[in-house]
Design a binder for this molecule. Structure first.
Ligand SMILES: Cc1ncc(COP(=O)(O)O)c(C=O)c1O
Length: 352
């Protein structure tokens, strides 16, 4: 390794993505349909009219903040914009944990980027753990908060990879965490469910609701994430944000998506109906344990089969899913992709 590099980098591995090589891509919880042609045409015309390529974008992203504020029913000074929510995760850890101030808390199995980003910044990451149904081990929370200087807790609701939404009891316990710790509720998939925690921001200045345009809004390629929080926290995050962190075309795409949200989000109904259909199918397969999901994917474990083997078998048959946390996560795709996934899974499990 180069002498200039931090020795600790030797232990890290880059975030893993797989080339689908023509397979059905059910491994990244993306929306299965591209943006409609009318949307792309609109974006094309607007970008020619409004984007001057030689100029930096509006560094404050005021237009987008205002539009998000209207959508989320908050004020514009409660909104921070990121190059994907991944960038916001990094900003939150930079703002809270660096200079040996503290550590991060997660609940595995969960979204791997929280731990990955903490590691790249030399910040410790602790795990509260989940029970057999993936609910939080709440009895471990206070001991962990007392033992370690936890400055930020990251909890997706619904959780990835398990699809589990936070229960009322879990939420109330989290909202009692003191002001020295940020509680980040990652609502990347909230449009697929019926939980929205924005109303809780008013009484909890250490609460953060984080979201993305990568899932229900189909803008994964444009990398737009946002978070909603107390204006004082937003001001602090502005200090650690890189200037011009969002390309002008991404800001414009998010604005057009919000302006046309009724049409775009209407397609969620098909995803939810397919989610129910897949769940009912998986539940009937012998030796398969599947958990209810409030997101656009399912998590399941196959009792007598190694998850990695099933993953490989499906990949060879032409369906890419994800092996994680000892189980498998499969995104809800188009009806045809879902049919192929279910029949290929049956084949991999040697079921009739
Ligand atoms: C829970 C969760 N949060 C955040 C993200 C990333 O969102 P973005 O594309 O905005 O970086 C994902 C992506 O899969 C996710 O599962």
């Amino acid at each position: 390794m180069l002498d200039a590099l931090r020795p600790s980098l030797e232990r890290l591995v880059p975030y893993e993505t797989h080339d689908p090589m023509g397979a059905d891509k059910l491994d990244a919880n993306e929306f299965p349909y591209d943006l409609p042609a009318w949307f792309k045409e609109k974006l094309d015309i607007l970008s020619q009219q409004e984007i001057q390529a030689n100029r930096y974008p509006d560094a404050g992203y005021l237009k987008l903040k205002q539009s998000i504020a209207t959508y989320a029913q908050v004020e514009a000074n409660q909104v921070s914009i990121g190059n994907g929510s991944d960038e916001l995760i990094r900003s939150l850890i930079i703002a809270t944990c660096l200079e040996n101030r503290g550590a991060v808390l997660v609940a595995d199995p969960t979204f791997s980027v929280y731990r990955l980003v903490a590691q790249t910044l030399g910040v410790s990451c602790f795990d509260i753990g989940r029970d057999d149904d993936f609910h939080l081990r709440l009895d471990c929370l206070d001991p962990l908060l007392q033992a370690y200087p936890i400055r930020v807790v990251f909890l997706p609701t619904p959780n990835s990879p398990t699809g589990t939404a936070l229960t009322a009891q879990e939420l109330e316990k989290l909202l009692r965490i003191g002001p020295e710790t940020l509680v980040v509720l990652d609502e990347a998939y909230f449009e697929f469910g019926d939980m929205n925690l924005v109303s809780r921001l008013a009484n909890h200045p250490n609460l953060v609701v984080m979201r993305t345009f990568s899932k229900a809004f189909r803008l994964a390629a444009y990398r737009v994430g946002y978070l909603l929080a107390d204006p004082l926290l937003i001001q602090a995050l502005e200090k650690v944000r890189l200037p011009y962190n969002l390309p002008a075309i991404s800001e414009l795409a998010a604005l057009v998506a919000l302006d046309n949200r009724t049409e775009l989000l209407a397609a969620l109904e098909e995803i939810k109906a397919e989610r129910t259909r897949i769940f009912q199918h998986l539940r009937q397969l012998s030796g398969v344990n599947v958990w209810p999901s409030a997101a656009n994917f399912h998590y399941f474990r196959c009792l007598d089969h190694d998850a990695q083997r099933i993953y490989e078998d499906l990949r060879k048959q032409g369906t890419l899913i994800r092996a994680t946390g000892g189980g498998l996560r499969a995104t809800v795709g188009t009806p045809a992709e879902n049919d192929r996934f279910l029949s290929r899974l049956q084949q991999a499990l040697h079921l009739p």
